[in-house]
Design a protein around this ligand. Structure first.
Ligand code: PEP
Ligand code: MG
Length: 899
């Protein structure tokens, strides 16, 4: 088995085996770019080493490893005409880790390995540059001491400061060869004192120890934690080790080093973007000791090298078809390429670069789309904090809904509404939010909660509203009566100004400068491509005409979920809803429902109008009725007076309605089994609104949806109820001139298991993965965030299934639901409207099981459009390359939106 590969033997597609760094060094070398020779020890060796470490407490190497290492070393020595440890003409190497994914927290780099008291003299003799030789030596002892022997960098810094003080200089460049030679002695003493060992002088021993340190760092606490937090699957391969002959940027005034992006990573502009420092080695550019010069300056300093660098930059971009992040060194006027990788970029830059690369003929549209991180599009859709601004972060919570918001803090929804009416901008701070807070949430710039997770009420509602939210900020204690909150020692009062960053979870004091987001031409261009490619349609979850209009702007092809209860919380309506709930007989209830009907009709009409030509799926009343009732004794007392009922009676009714999570009792369709007249009113309002809209030439496609169905009989009964209302209507007003559908949410495991039977009574299904996740996992929505995050940190879970569809639970049930439903009714339309419908990995899964559409909050529609296109491209590519064949998605209706 081959345990290591010379750069000539590798290529960019060997990332799993050679790590990102090794694979790209190999690729650059094979492109004919000037790369210092070297070789890569594979990730397999790391895995072998880590397994042995876990089993026996110390790492080990596979058979043949030592021999191969010696062979590769000798091959390198031959190429370089130098030998490791040769006092006459010593070879020096760098040792760097490089996993398949970029992995902070791991041992990174050792430069100048191979130096000792003898070889340093060889370097002096060869270069005639004593200062350079001892500078390299003291850096090596420092780095090796730090990363291999675990001696804190500050101990070396102390000695450096002592030396600078003694010589009366302020920069290390002012120390001469003799000073640096003395420093080497002092640094070795530091190692002896703090590590308790002699600094190893044998270069082969140095190399052995450095390799072992790289492999050991793969399982270090920091690296393991990083992988856990970032959901890197535990099976992912370890790191590779790159051993490369050194080139020196610190040989004098014709040497230097730099880092650059082939395009501007924040704007995407096609300009070379980077920095360099003459007479410097690797870390000096980023260490900030000297101020680096801007890359185009290199054209003045060394025109030939710059021209060569520009050539390399263009070659790399063309070759990789993507913006590159490169590192180079110039040794005595000769350019060497040390690293290339796809450059990190803002969403704004990602979109511009994608369009430019297609226009420049470097990429096809499909290839360009695959290079954009769908989630990052969030940055383009919400206002954001000016990147240049200094952040005064006081605490941090969960980044529950992206964007940034700034305003005065208030502690109740009522105060929010009052303050906003006075012209103030507010941030609503709550322990947690409930449906009663909706009014205040609606007017607030952003929401901050102390409790709750990524699927808490605050998080879900804010994402729906496209409003910034930081949730579950455990370090805040809120006292809504005193109207204060405490973050550690810091006390914030009503009216204090804070800024929230919903994309990072940061909470800052004062007002931060904001940049309003724009949907640029490039962005629309990219979105247009996605529409030509994806198989699934993308709808939006929207409850109001206003949200429906935003959804259309973002390209939604219909409403996938209109939660009718959200219309009930409006101040003008809530008491009528309560009258209906408290009605003791049918006639009283019907009177109250009659008052609600015009409100609902008006809302539905507005939504139909905004969605002209697209389907609108309206879910009939779902939540348990206690959510509409006041929650505190004070509020109950107020309502008792308004309604002229005794306090005790009202309190009793409210308590009797109370449902606990996971709410499987008197909610959803079961409300209508007991009170059919509620759904009758809603169906009537939908049909009347559709007729009104039709009269104005609007094309309506209403879909009437039953929530929380668990039994076939429920659906049968409610379908008949809806049809009865419609037929009665037709008997009075003539046949309807539009098509409608009646269908069901699938949000309980049993509905998945019986989808073939349910299909008999449904024209469509929509997966409600919020409830389906809770009921599959057997936990309540409030607990999802807390439970999942605890499980994540304990390593019980690799990913939070409330954020992405959990394939061995919820996902498996969905797959079964789709198969069963289509076995009974092949053409049945199936979508998803839970929060997962806007999450890229879940969108990909939905494509793979053949859903017709995904539905998500309006602000996630562009993300879902891109994710659906990416899923279709991957699917097609895997067919072409003989990969796993997945169920075909049904053909989509072309979108008319093109921006
Ligand atoms: C769901 O359960 O996924 C759903 C969309 O319904 P709600 O979030 O309103 O319970
Ligand atoms: Mg639900």
């Amino acid at each position: 088995m081959q345990h290591m590969f010379s750069f000539e033997e590798g290529n960019k597609d060997m990332k799993d085996l050679l790590g990102g760094k090794g694979a790209n060094l190999a690729e650059m070398m094979n492109l004919g770019l000037p790369v210092p020779p070297g070789f890569t020890i594979t990730t397999d060796v790391c895995n072998f080493f880590s397994d042995a470490q876990t089993r026996t407490g110390h790492g080990d190497y596979p058979a043949g490893y030592t021999e191969q290492l010696e062979e590769k070393l000798q091959e390198l020595e031959r190429k370089m005409g130098k030998k490791l440890g040769d006092p006459e003409n010593p070879l020096l190497v760098s040792v760097r880790s490089g996993a398949a994914i970029s992995m902070p927290g791991m041992m990174d780099t050792i430069l100048n390995l191979g130096l000792n008291d003898a070889t340093v003299l060889g370097i002096v003799a060869r270069t005639g540059n004593e200062r350079f030789a001892y500078d390299a030596y003291r850096r090596f002892v420092n780095m090796f001491g730090d990363v291999v022997l675990g001696v804190a960098h500050e101990h070396f810094e102390e000695k450096m400061d002592l030396m600078k003080g003694a010589r009366g200089v302020s920069a290390d460049t002012e120390l001469d060869a003799e000073d640096l030679r003395e420093l080497v002695v002092m640094y070795k003493e530091v190692v002896r004192v703090h590590a308790g060992v002699e600094f190893p002088s044998d270069p082969r021993e140095q190399l052995r120890m450095a390799i072992e340190a790289v492999f050991g760092s793969w399982m270090s606490e920091r690296a393991v934690l990083y992988r856990r937090i970032n959901h890197v699957p535990s099976g992912v391969r370890g790191t590779a080790v790159n051993i490369q002959s050194m080139v020196f940027g610190n040989m004098g005034e014709t040497s230097g080093t730099g880092v650059a992006f082939t395009r501007n990573p924040s704007t995407g502009a096609a300009e070379f973007y980077g920095e360099f420092l003459m007479n410097a080695q690797g870390e000096d550019v980023v260490a900030g000791i000297r101020t680096p010069q801007s890359i185009e300056e290199l054209g003045n300093v060394m025109p030939d090298v710059y021209a060569q660098l520009l050539g390399a930059k263009d070659a790399l971009e063309r070759h990789y078809g993507d913006m590159q992040d490169i590192e180079f060194t110039i040794e005595n006027g000769r350019l060497f390429m040390l690293q290339t990788r796809n450059g990190k970029r803002t969403a704004h830059a990602a979109v511009k670069i994608a369009v430019d690369l297609v226009n420049e003929g470097l990429l096809t549209r499909e290839e360009a789309l695959m290079k954009i991180d769908a989630n990052a599009l969030n940055q383009l859709l919400h206002p954001r904090i000016d990147t240049g601004a200094r952040r005064d972060v006081v605490t941090r919570g969960l980044p529950a809904s992206p964007g940034a918001a700034c305003g005065r803090i208030v502690f109740s929804p009522q105060d929010a509404e009052e303050w906003v009416a006075r012209g103030e901008k507010v941030i609503l701070v709550r322990r947690e939010t409930t449906p009663e807070d909706l009014g205040g949430m609606h007017v607030a710039e952003g929401i901050l909660t102390a409790m709750g997770g990524m699927t808490s009420h605050a998080a879900v509602v804010c994402r729906g509203m496209g409003k910034c939210c930081v949730a579950g900020c455990a370090s805040i204690s809120v006292d809504k009566h005193l109207k204060v909150c405490a973050i550690g020692d810091l006390l914030l009062r009503e009216g204090d100004v804070i800024t929230l960053d919903g994309s990072t979870g940061e909470v800052m004091l004062g007002e931060m400068p904001m940049i309003k987001s724009e949907i640029s031409g490039d962005f629309f261009e990219v979105m247009r491509w996605t529409d030509d490619i994806r198989a699934m349609r993308v709808r939006a979850n929207a409850d109001t005409p206003h949200d429906a209009a935003i959804a259309r702007e973002f390209g939604a092809e219909g409403i996938g979920l209109c939660r009718t209860e959200h219309m009930f919380f409006d101040e003008a309506r809530i008491d009528t809803v309560r009258e209906m709930i408290l009605a003791r007989d049918l006639p009283t209830r019907v009177i109250a429902l009659g008052k609600l009907l015009p409100f609902q009709r008006e809302d539905f009409y507005g939504i139909f109008k905004a969605m002209n030509g697209y389907p609108v799926c309206i879910r009939l009343l779902d939540p348990p009725l206690h959510e509409f009732m006041p929650q505190t004794d004070g509020k109950i007392a107020e309502l008792a007076v308004r309604m002229r009922v005794p306090f005790e009676q009202l309190k009793l009714v409210t308590e009797s309605l109370h449902e606990v999570n996971p709410m499987l009792g008197h909610r959803g369709c079961r409300l209508a089994v007991t009170f059919p007249e509620m759904y009758e009113m809603q169906v009537q309002a939908i049909i009347e609104a559709a007729i009104l809209a039709r009269k104005e030439g609007i094309v309506v496609m209403p879909e009437i949806e039953m929530p929380l169905i668990s039994s076939t009989n429920e659906l049968k009964m409610l379908r008949e109820l809806a049809l009865r209302v419609i037929r009665k209507f037709e008997a009075q007003h003539g046949t309807l001139d539009f098509a409608y559908k009646i269908g069901s949410m699938i949000e309980l495991p049993r509905a998945c298991l019986t989808a073939d039977h349910l299909a008999e009574y449904a024209d469509f299904f929509s997966f409600g993965t919020n409830d389906l996740t809770q009921t599959t996992w057997g936990i309540s929505r409030d607990d999802v965030g807390k439970f999942m995050s605890e499980y994540l940190t304990q390593g019980v879970l690799e990913r939070d299934p409330s954020e992405t569809i959990d394939r061995r639970g919820v996902g498996e049930l969905m797959r079964m639901g789709v198969e069963k439903a289509r076995s009974a009714k092949p053409d049945i339309e199936i979508g998803i409207c839970g929060e997962h419908g806007g999450e890229p990995a879940s969108v990909e899964f939905c494509h793979s099981i053949g859903l017709n559409y995904v539905s998500c909050s309006p602000f996630r529609v562009p993300i879902a459009r891109l994710a659906a296109a990416q899923a279709a491209i991957k699917d097609r590519d895997s067919r072409v390359h003989g990969g796993v064949i997945v169920m075909p998605a049904t053909p989509r209706i072309p979108s008319v939106i093109s921006g």
